[in-house]
Design a protein around this ligand. Structure first.
Ligand SMILES: Cc1cc2nc3c(=O)[nH]c(=O)nc-3n(C[C@H](O)[C@H](O)[C@H](O)COP(=O)(O)O)c2cc1C
Length: 327
């Protein structure tokens, strides 16, 4: 298995950071399937250093998610250093730096993938982060800013020299956002450029995709994101294909029902009733799509209008019981 510093991963399948999605309740769900790492949603270094409660919640998971990976986003050395120290105190086993986020509100502040346009600043930020903590620091990036600047291999080499211990490359450029298809072959240049483990990411939705992505990129493993929303159990097939482990028993509807209802309760407890009901919707829509119900659209439109968690819970309970009878 690949190593991050001295730490040997238990699986070559990692769960991607997704802002607004990979909060602690969802990380607890995917943790049931034992991926190699589960990266927190991005945490703004500056907000963390300022002690904002919402931001602290994003970095939570100590003692539950092991290893705990906290992803930081930012562009100022001082804030990143302080945030890295706070993350380490909060129990992080690894700190990941986000140099892949394409969102305008992030890149306009010269953070996320904008750092791929300013390699000197990117490296200064990496060095400041590494020098502030004892835990290994990892890096997530894209292929480059656009097709004319595919500089992931260059950034990877410099990041490795600076002390980065693992890299994930999403096989798209920043200017592609999420358009087109991730280019897994293009990630190979970065894999070949460095000695540290490089993971391939983007559009890996099935076990078959994972094997093809590994084949084309020669990466140390895969990172999976969007396809787990609504079907976190998909990790089972992907992990067994990638790690060569035995395919676990297919989950029964009753097992999925328990996961979904526990996830829902956890979201409500974590965020409180009002916020939790809204935050849960994206996950619930995903779960209902995964069940592939004939009346799935009606159920989804009812759920998004409901403001009471008890009403949502009841509809989910009935939906899953009905799906169980039909299966
Ligand atoms: C809603 C959403 C939020 C995301 N937030 C983050 C983030 O916080 N940090 C990050 O590095 N990447 C973020 N990403 C990018 C994902 O980690 C991943 O690179 C991308 O979705 C491609 O992988 P996938 O096709 O398996 O989803 C986000 C993606 C989505 C769709």
């Amino acid at each position: 298995m690949p190593k991050i510093g001295k730490y040997e991963l238990q699986s070559r399948v990692l769960v991607a950071p997704m802002s607004g999605l990979t909060d602690l309740p969802f990380r607890r769900v995917v943790n049931l399937f034992n991926p190699g790492l589960i990266v927190s949603e991005m945490v703004a270094g500056r907000m963390l250093a300022m002690g904002k409660p919402d931001t602290l919640a994003k970095a939570s998971g100590k003692g539950e998610i092991d290893p705990l990976v906290i992803q930081l986003v930012g562009c100022e050395k001082n804030w990143m250093s302080k945030a890295a120290r706070l993350s380490e105190e909060a129990g992080a086993s690894f700190i990941d730096i986000n140099m892949g986020c394409p969102a305008r509100k992030v890149t306009s502040g010269m953070s996320g993938s904008a750092l791929m346009r300013d390699i000197d600043n990117a490296i200064q930020l990496i060095v400041a982060t590494i020098n502030s903590v004892d835990v290994p620091v990892t890096l997530k990036m894209r292929l480059g800013w656009d097709n004319d600047s595919l500089n992931a291999p260059l950034l990877a080499v410099k990041a490795q020299e600076a002390g980065i211990k693992m890299i994930v490359v999403h096989g798209r450029t920043r200017c592609q956002f999420y358009d087109g298809k991730a280019d897994w072959s293009a990630v190979k240049e970065t894999v070949d450029a460095v000695d540290i483990p490089v993971f391939v990411n983007g559009d890996i939705n099935t076990a078959h995709d994972a094997i093809e992505a590994l084949d084309k990129s020669c990466a140390a493993g895969v990172m999976v994101g969007r396809s787990l929303i609504g079907s976190p159990w998909r990790l089972q097939e992907i992990i067994s294909a990638v790690d060569g482990s035995v395919i676990p028993m297919k989950l029964k509807i009753s097992d999925k029902k328990k996961i979904v209802l526990d996830h829902y309760n956890d979201i409500i407890n974590f965020y409180g009733e009002k916020k939790g009901v809204k935050i849960a919707r994206k996950h619930l829509i995903g779960y209902i799509d995964d069940l592939n119900l004939i009346n799935g659209s009606e159920i989804k439109s009812s759920i998004v209008q409901m403001s009471q968690s008890s009403a949502v819970y009841n509809i989910l309970n009935t939906t899953f019981s009905k799906a169980g009878e039909d299966s």
